[in-house]
Design a protein around this ligand. Structure first.
Ligand code: MUC
Ligand code: MG
Length: 372
């Protein structure tokens, strides 16, 4: 007999960032995680995380809204149900509530963690087994200051913590951004791959000019240059330039991936468990991307260790991650709420071992940072 779900808790956790993190739509000084704890009738616990960026600045789900969705809509549906019937529970939640993929991702992650603990297997084993146990991780330079970004990158290269960098641009005038990016690329040279994320800030004409400048400056990848719903702009720009485009906000799930590929887009996709609705769902999207010849990248919503570990388990099962990953979220925060932090070294991170996610909550730290 399968264990049943006995409790579902969604907890808001606020942790300051190590420095301001400047995106085109907001500057973060604190990261808010929604930590989900699901307990079953055998006394086991599964952990999940739903995290967004800058309240409602980045996407339509806020941390407070995610907690409300889980407490008031998902929890009554989940209590008393068999804990390992993941597909049944997903279908039920999808029938009763549209969208809310970040909240659904946290639930799917917690149920997978619980199932892995029940079977005494890591989450990746439930997904068919890991192909990689150490995954490459880039770092985002987003202090807002060119020299500070260069110093930060040089130190991280020297420590072999990261060798690939993404720069957040789009909040300044185009040529100011181009000068900022070109100065960083010139300072780092060939020892680093430098990419940019515009977070939708440009219209198509600005993007065309920007991409030409960035291509000339030696930038390797341009992430989400134009607004998320304009699939045809992404398709046209991807046909016009050699510098590839990474689609991020435009894509949540497998259907979006299919539609963007059908619109003629070529390039790469930022996979994120949060956007897709969980580790199982994101792998469906990866399969569509692969079929369409679109490159894969393990993306983040700047989650803490729980969401990052869940993503790593999913990415570890993908044969090729053409653009690596950006699973550095825990490193952007001043502190952590887990007993054993992830191990970052050699320009990447180790896939955690141990049943489920392989992550344990530090109850004192959680109590310290939990929103009262
Ligand atoms: C995004 O749009 O990519 C991921 C890394 C980072 O610095 O910001 C996020 C969001
Ligand atoms: Mg992005």
């Amino acid at each position: 007999m399968s264990a049943t779900i006995e409790s579902v808790d969604a907890i808001l956790v606020d942790i300051p960032t190590i420095r301001p993190h400047q995106l085109s739509m907001t500057t973060m000084g604190v990261q808010t995680m929604v930590i989900v704890r699901i307990k079953d009738s055998d006394g086991r616990e599964g952990l999940g995380e739903a995290t967004t960026i800058g309240g409602l600045a980045y996407g339509p789900e806020s941390p407070e809204g995610i907690k409300l969705t889980i407490d008031h809509y998902f929890k009554p549906q989940l209590l008393g149900q068999p804990a390992d019937a993941l597909n049944t529970l997903r279908v039920a939640l999808n029938r009763s509530s549209r969208g809310n993929n970040l909240a659904k991702s946290a639930i799917e992650t917690a149920l997978l963690d619980l199932f892995g603990k029940r079977l005494n297997q890591p989450l990746a084993a439930l997904l068919g087994g890991a192909l990689h146990t150490h995954l490459p991780v880039l770092w985002t330079l987003a202090s807002g200051d060119t020299q500070r970004d260069i110093d930060e990158a040089k130190q991280l290269i020297a420590e072999r913590r990261h060798c690939d960098f993404k720069l957040k641009i789009g909040s300044r005038a185009l040529m100011d951004d181009v000068r900022h990016v070109a100065a960083i690329k010139a300072a780092l040279g060939d020892q680093a791959s430098v990419r940019v994320d515009v977070n939708q800030a440009w219209d198509e004409a600005t993007a065309a000019r920007g991409m030409a400048e960035l291509q000339a400056a030696g930038i390797d990848l341009v992430e989400q240059p134009t607004p998320l719903k304009d699939f045809s702009a992404l398709a046209r720009l991807s046909a016009k330039f050699h510098i590839p485009i990474l689609a991020d906000e435009s894509l949540a799930d497998a259907t979006d991936m299919y539609n963007l590929a059908a619109a003629g887009f070529s390039g790469a996709v930022a996979l994120k468990i949060a956007k897709a609705g969980g580790p199982l769902r994101v792998l469906e999207q990866a399969a569509v991307a692969r079929a369409a010849g679109i490159g894969l990248y393990g993306g983040t919503m700047l989650e803490g260790t729980i969401g990052t570990a869940a993503s790593l388990h999913a990415w570890s099962t993908l044969e090729t991650l053409h653009w690596g990953t950006e699973m550095f979220g825990p490193l952007l925060m001043k502190d952590d709420i887990v007993v054993q932090p992830l191990k970052f070294h050699d320009n990447g991170v180790e896939l955690p071992t141990g049943p489920g996610l392989g992550i344990e909550i530090d109850e004192d730290k959680l109590a310290r940072y939990q929103r009262k």
